[in-house]
Design a protein around this ligand. Structure first.
Ligand code: C5P
Length: 248
């Protein structure tokens, strides 16, 4: 038995409900799931909502103990974001994302809502992860929004604010892992997309890193989408990554 759990969350980025269900069953439905979790994001959730989650990612698959990352990237006033969090707690996500740029009050309201609603329903509290600076923004984009900072510096500032405001971790690029681990301590969750197994195409991801390297730098979880979902056999592709990481 491997001593570590599988860190890979497979991103299911599609509005095709039967396809999502098939992909989830193939990578997560076996006796030994090939991934540690499933990520469903805006594309899927806006199209199919909570009923779509229950259909594509049903309780028997969840019962294997697999993680569920609901990547909603909420950003609104505190009361509205808190309401959004309360609305999804019944789906029992392991992780939900909110934007750190919404400010400390918003993040605190979201964290309190997650705690109180989970207690009310008697379910596990979802852990909240912050989105800091989108990797699509560079220094000049930040400046144009009135923030005269290097993106790397702004990422650290927002991650610290997130930690102080009760968030459990952040989403970060592979290049930010080392600095964030140092800044935010060993218990802060770092969920890292932009991961490409050696020998696969990088597609539109510009700064990529291999799975083992990201874990060695301090990533807790890796988000991997197309290298698994576009493979001829997604389960085999996921198993190869897990074996490479020594978790299968
Ligand atoms: O297919 P791929 O492995 O590139 O999928 C990466 C997933 O991670 C997608 O769901 C994407 O939205 C998400 N993501 C990302 N880069 C970020 C933040 C999130 O690719 N900076």
């Amino acid at each position: 038995m491997p001593s570590r759990s599988n860190p890979v969350y497979c991103a299911i980025d599609t509005v095709d409900l039967p396809l999502a269900a098939r992909l989830i069953r193939s990578v997560a439905g076996g006796a030994i799931p090939a991934v540690g979790g499933i990520k469903l994001g805006l594309e899927f959730f806006l199209a199919h909502g909570a009923p779509g989650v229950r259909y594509a990612f049903p309780a028997p698959v969840r019962a294997t103990g697999i993680g569920f990352f609901l990547d909603l990237k909420l950003h609104d006033i505190p009361n509205t974001v808190a309401g959004g969090i309360r609305a999804v707690v019944e789906l029992e996500p392991t992780f939900v994302t909110i934007h750190t740029a919404g400010g400390a009050a918003m993040m605190k309201a979201a964290a309190e809502a997650a705690t109180s609603e989970a207690r009310r329903l008697g379910v596990a509290r979802p852990r909240l992860l912050g989105v800091t600076v989108l990797t699509s923004l560079d220094r000049s984009d930040l400046e144009a929004t009135g923030i005269p900072a290097e993106p790397a510096q702004q990422v650290l500032r927002l991650a610290s604010l997130a930690r102080e405001s009760g968030l459990d971790g952040v989403i970060c690029s592979p290049l930010e892992i080392a600095a964030l681990r140092k800044e935010c301590g060993k218990d802060f969750v770092l969920m890292v997309p932009g991961i490409r197994p050696v020998g696969t195409a990088s597609a539109d991801q510009k700064r990529v890193m291999a799975p083992g390297e990201a874990v060695a730098l301090g990533a807790n979880h890796l988000v991997i989408g197309r290298p698994i979902t576009d493979a001829a056999d997604p389960a085999l592709a996921a198993e190869a990554i897990a074996r490479d990481l020594g978790v299968l």
